[in-house]
Design a protein around this ligand. Structure first.
Ligand code: GLY
Length: 360
């Protein structure tokens, strides 16, 4: 086996985006995944680039806006490697305003709303319009994987990392296919960052999200996302899923359970119908779920692992992995290369949870 400059655990959108960034900067990169690439939360996501969702922790904003600014180049790089252009599906979000917020001039009046979107029944919600894009994470996954295959990045699916340990100035990695050395290692294993046997003690837990898709009726041309704290409806406007909408999502703290329950989907559906009664007559296509990597403060964990030389971590992206992938790739590459980070990372430091990792 060759000796890469960097090994990554986890071929989700975070791990593969980082692999692409470091490959671009001349690194030899190997990525291991216990299953298929991009098969978990990266392709379960709805795809909203929701940097300005009022439910986000405020400390996330600088990283989120950095990521938005990087998105066009990120998609261009994927396009130039893969030949696949991933389009934005929507450019606007109708966002409910938290009830604690005082009325502002940007708030839409009932008249504005009925003019903009007659199908919407706002009920107790007040709304604003956000300049926010969404994309189809399944399209992004296909393009990103094709981009990775067009490079010399060594992708090893179905190969869990069993252990890692610092050896001199390097890291020794053990997988079922053997032991190898790498200069540096990054744990990008998402909700599995702590579950994999190589790094117990990482404070990340899975938060299950169930969701479903519907065929939108021709009488409901929908070109923007509708989002409240309880429900979102995300239309696909172009590509193979045009004319559908994604409705989500539950937020559940029940471990690695990935069972989709029809009763939970029915509940989501009834919440969506209270906002958009016309959805009562839509045909349901698919229902699925994903496991978001969650931390206690809702912020990602980005940095070096205390007590483990040459070990880095990038996980805990919770509901914003698709949004935060380009910025995470950029700042982690900068950390790994010893450069100044494009944004302050103190709020995301592993040290806020960990003084030292327990021994594996
Ligand atoms: N990003 C959408 C969700 O977490 O449900």
């Amino acid at each position: 086996m060759h000796h890469p400059d960097l090994c990554i655990a986890g071929a989700g959108i975070i791990g593969l985006s980082l692999a692409l960034e470091l490959h671009h900067r001349g690194y030899r990169v190997t990525v291991f995944d216990q299953g298929d690439p991009l098969a978990e939360s990266s392709s379960a996501a709805a795809g909203m680039l929701a940097a300005y969702d009022p439910d986000n922790p405020s400390q996330l904003l600088p990283l989120a806006t950095l990521s938005l600014s990087l998105y066009p180049n990120y998609l261009d790089r994927i396009h130039s490697l893969s030949g696949i252009r991933v389009p934005f599906q929507t450019h606007t979000t109708l966002q409910s305003v938290p009830t604690r917020t005082a009325a502002t001039s940007s708030e839409l009046t009932a008249k504005d709303l009925s003019h903009l979107f007659p199908a919407l029944v706002p009920r107790k919600h007040r709304f604003i319009l956000l300049d926010e894009h969404s994309l189809d994470p399944r399209q992004l996954a296909s393009a990103l994987l094709a981009a990775i295959h067009a490079t010399t990045i060594d992708l090893q699916p179905h190969t869990p990392i069993l252990s890692t340990r610092p050896v001199g100035n390097a890291v020794e990695i053990t997988t079922p296919i053997g032991t190898m050395q790498t200069a540096q290692f990054v744990n990008c294993a998402g909700a599995w960052a702590a579950a994999s046997s190589h790094q117990p003690g990482i404070p990340v837990t899975p938060k299950k999200g169930q969701m479903f898709s519907v065929v939108l009726p021709p009488s409901l041309p929908m070109h923007f996302v509708v989002r409240t704290p309880d429900i979102y409806v995300v239309p696909r406007t172009t590509g193979p899923s045009a004319g559908r909408a994604i409705v989500g999502a539950t937020v559940e703290d029940i471990g690695f359970d990935k069972i989709v329950h029809p009763s939970d989907i029915d509940h989501l559906r009834s919440l969506a119908i209270t906002l958009l009664p016309i959805l009562a007559s839509t045909q349901q296509l698919e229902a699925w779920c994903g496991l978001r990597p969650a931390t206690a403060d809702g912020l990602p964990i980005l940095g070096t692992l205390p007590g483990r030389p040459n070990h880095f971590i990038a996980t805990g992206h919770y509901r914003n992995g698709i949004l935060l992938a380009p910025a995470t790739a950029k700042v982690m590459a900068q950390l790994i290369l010893g450069e100044t980070s494009a944004t302050e990372l103190t709020s995301f430091s592993p040290n806020r949870f960990l003084s030292e990792l327990p021994s594996p």
